[in-house]
Write a protein that binds this ligand. Sequence first.
Ligand code: ADP
Ligand code: MG
Length: 446
Amino acid sequence: MDVEILWQTILTDLQLQLSEVVFRTLISQTSLESINENKAVINCSNPMLINMIEKKYHNLIKKTLENYTHKEFDLVFLAKKNKAVNHIDGPLFTLKLPDSSMLSPSVIRINPDYNFNNFAVSSSNQMAYAGATAVAKNPGTSYNPLFLYGGVGVGKTHLMQAIGNAAVEKNPKIKTLYCTSEEFTNEIIEAISNKTTSQFKKKYRHVDILLIDDVQFIAGKYSIQEEFFHTFNAIYQVKKQIVITSDKPPEEINKLEMRLRSRFESGLTIDIGNPDFELRTAIILIKAKQKGCDLTIESAKLLSANIENTRKMEGVLTRVISESETKSLPIDNELIKNVLGKTLKKIPPSQKATPDEILKAVAEFYQLKISQLKGSKRDKIYSFPRQILYYLLRVESGINLVAIGEFLGGRDHTTILHGVRKISNLLSTDDSIREDVLGIKNRFSA
Ligand code: ADP
Ligand code: MG
């Protein structure tokens, strides 16, 4: 994680643990200068403050930091002059306050594991993936709003948060706000009753990317829709990005005001289909890898054949792993059956093309040799079919970028990613490329 983002996260957490005065006058003046294996250097522009912080809040900061990093650190407190903050011996209470928007809790709420690298792409979500990556790359300019819809567990929240993560990674200064429409609703109600609507407006309207999850919950709530309409316009007018998810397309959300519906429809609306068996298998493999578990493809397939709901996958996987660890048992049919507590469904016969079949089909279609496709000559007659190959491998075989790189003899995954993105963008505009892709698909799916 980026040092700046990490420290913002820690600060937001500390803000919740401390009184406002302590936070503002002391803790908010700190920054993380560096962090390595076992040492974190914390900076403060004011030597007077740094002593006080070290004396009183050393343990709290240490614990909070370790909560997020899962590592132990020795803390080193350093006083360092910094133009942005007041003079060394300035009075305590006139110190510059932190920019509150930098400390938005949404930074914490975005799950760093929900990123594009951890997102398996298949035909059911390929368009949504392409739209999301385009938006993350150029927020506010490509598709605005981006409206993603689909059933439970198809990956809407994952993709939405991936946009936030990718945009912040590219530009740490970018302000991203994630919330569900229920939270949005509650905050409006709270703001109205506490007479803090101007703060509410400031929070929601001064962002670069607003991510509103599960917008269907504002159906029928007309005063909330009214506020949402104004928030939408304020952000849209200054060309900031809005991303919305829902369980249905705008025209099917009952009791949604016409003007809001037409706003939603003015950008790009994409549906995400239910993940098929192969995609679920890919998702299980990704989740296992994140948990540091070397799941075999066979076990992943068995789990995928028996768990349709992606949201349950992580839970089941955790149980499978801990069962295997505590009882020193291999992860096999028996163990999986025990954990699931039911008779297992068999693994369905594969309908996906294998990487080899795809490679062969692309080579035949463009009348190239496999060695030419796998080779490194950059002439367009090779490089273009190669990019089509990357794209089809990613979308049709469900293997990830790194695995594709390895399959092609050690190619860098960023090269693959570049190709996949290029072809998926071209597919929406170029008929001849669509025809090529269809022609190739016919060869390996026949
Ligand atoms: P939704 O918001 O559409 O209900 P989520 O984004 O919460 O679905 O996804 C449910 C779970 O499935 C999450 O753990 C998410 O990481 C995982 N998931 C769904 N689709 C994918 C995918 N294509 N690649 C990787 N993980 C996925
Ligand atoms: Mg969701």
